[in-house]
Design a protein. Structure first.
Lengths: 171, 85
């Protein structure tokens, strides 16, 4: 599916894949699309998004926008393209069907026009950004005196040492 | 079918394929035999000969161009797919 697809490596934790899939399912369902989410063995998810009239049945099989989210190195690989529902044999036949390149380019054109792939990518990036902003941030602390018991350097104004817990004698 | 396109503007040849007696008969057992392959090849050859008889020179040229360009698209699409593996 390399000719008609949107691919991007996202810098997010792979544990976010179910959340991204769920967010996509909610959004596209609310927009009237039929959405199917399938969890994969590699920790990824396949999300199929279709709508009557927008996607064409080819050789009797429903086509859909298929989004694959897979763990990839330190991030998540996003891959959206036109896919097919159904059993193994017929989809394989469709790939060999001589008019398939014409049809896939027509269907992909409609997907691009509706910006479905862009929206899916935007949702994925949004979830990743939200997660980053919710992570506890390491705050820079101004260090001052040394603990008179354990010798560690403590933040300025500490009454108790954060390392050994001993109360410091006020000077 | 008096158009190559459906109401949404999609090429509708696959409907013709799916509803053809040839496809239905060959695929009913999910097995394609050598005999079925040979028979379908002969059928396609015969149809091209019929076309030649039924069409004038200009029409034959248009048909040839259509099949050629479709063949080019099919070949380059699959070539690109293979290259991306």
């Amino acid at each position: 599916m390399s000719a008609f697809c949107t691919k991007k490596q996202l810098q997010g934790d792979a544990s976010l894949i179910p959340t991204i899939a769920s967010r996509m399912e909610s959004y596209f369902s609310s927009e009237g699309y039929s959405v199917q989410v399938q969890e994969l063995y590699n920790g990824g998810s396949d999300i199929s998004i279709s709508k009557g009239g927008m996607f064409k049945a080819v050789l009797g099989m429903k086509t859909a926008l298929k989004i694959n989210l897979s763990p990839n190195g330190e991030g998540i690989f996003f891959d959206a393209g036109i896919g097919i529902f159904g059993l193994q044999l017929i989809p394989t036949l469709i790939m060999w069907y001589v008019a398939w390149p014409v049809l896939i380019s027509q269907i992909w054109g409609i997907v691009k026009q509706a910006k479905l792939d862009d929206k899916a990518l935007e949702i994925a990036e949004q979830v990743i950004a939200e997660n980053k902003s919710h992570k506890p941030q390491l705050q820079s602390v101004e260090l001052g005196e040394f603990c008179s018991y354990c010798g560690q350097k403590m933040p300025v104004g500490s009454i108790f040492c954060p390392f050994c817990g001993k109360k410091q004698e006020q000077l | 079918m008096d158009s190559f396109f459906d109401k949404d503007g999609y090429l509708n040849l696959d409907e013709a394929v799916m509803n053809s007696d040839s496809f239905k008969k060959i695929m009913e057992d999910d097995v394609v035999t050598d005999a079925e392959l040979a028979e379908q090849t002969r059928k396609v050859s015969d149809l091209f000969r019929q076309l030649e008889k039924a069409c004038n020179k200009e029409q034959i040229e248009l048909i040839r161009k259509t099949f050629t360009e479709m063949g080019v698209l099919y070949a380059i699409y699959n070539y690109k797919e293979l290259k991306s593996i």
